[in-house]
Design a protein around this ligand. Structure first.
Ligand code: PGA
Length: 231
């Protein structure tokens, strides 16, 4: 199982170091830490032999270098040792107006630089209630997916992120079977949205789920370690 910690915009540098020092990396599951970009170089120098790191985003611009103030290219992230990048998280899609097209470009930039994109898709509560969620997932997937290369696909229903609500087993089975059998064959599938120690069993019982993307539960290294140990 991949166990991806999405710290979002959290932790001081010393808290980040403390987390990495205490992280259990002795299991056969693979922890990936998506730290704030600013901390990545520092953490890589200290922990790169024992932890894989991800960025939470990268530039949509295909150039490696150039006049793009504030941007960080996939090439730069690769240079410091980044192996993965979360792309198109719903918070970025909502707060930074990231379209599927932007997500596709970012994913292709990552792949060209040997970074595996972790592409996030997931329906709104409205689409879920209207019954149009499979259509919504399908469209998001088809428009966001890179034209080449390997990627990880994270299904994160927006109504489950940070809310404490998770889909039922039937709902998870329906969506993951749909994704694996109909739209994204041969893609590593991950679930994210309010995963915690209490609901982990229900989620990992779904056979297509090969990894977890954790937000809140990734801010407590004790809980995070317990989650890894329980897998
Ligand atoms: P959460 O966040 O675990 O706090 O719901 C998940 C995510 O945003 O990826």
């Amino acid at each position: 199982m991949l166990v991806i910690a999405n710290w979002k915009m959290n932790f001081s540098l010393s808290q980040a170091i403390d987390f990495c020092t205490k992280l259990n990396n002795n299991s056969h599951h693979i922890p990936i830490v998506a730290a704030p970009t600013l901390y990545l170089s520092h953490l890589l120098v200290r922990f790169k032999n024992i932890i894989s790191f991800a960025s939470q985003d990268l530039s949509a611009n295909p150039d490696d270098y150039g006049s793009f103030t504030g941007e960080i290219s996939a090439k730069m992230l690769h240079d410091i040792g980044i192996k993965y990048s979360i792309i198109g998280h719903s918070e970025r899609r909502t707060n930074n107006e990231e379209t599927n097209d932007i997500v596709k470009n970012k994913s292709e930039n990552a792949i060209k630089n040997n970074i595996t994109p972790i592409i996030c898709i997931g329906e709104t509560l409205e689409a879920r209630n209207k019954g149009s969620y499979l259509e919504s997932i399908n469209n998001q997937y088809l428009e966001s997916k890179p034209k080449f290369g390997k990627f990880i696909l994270a299904y994160e229903p927006i109504w489950a992120i940070g809310t404490g609500n998770i889909p039922t087993t039937d709902e998870l089975n329906e969506v993951f079977s749909f994704i694996e059998n109909i739209i994204a064959k041969d893609v590593t599938l991950v679930y994210g949205g309010s995963v915690n120690l209490g609901n982990i069993g229900l989620i990992t019982a779904v056979p297509q789920i090969r990894g977890l993307l954790l937000g809140k539960a990734s801010l407590d290294v004790i809980e995070f370690n317990k989650i890894i140990e329980s897998l």
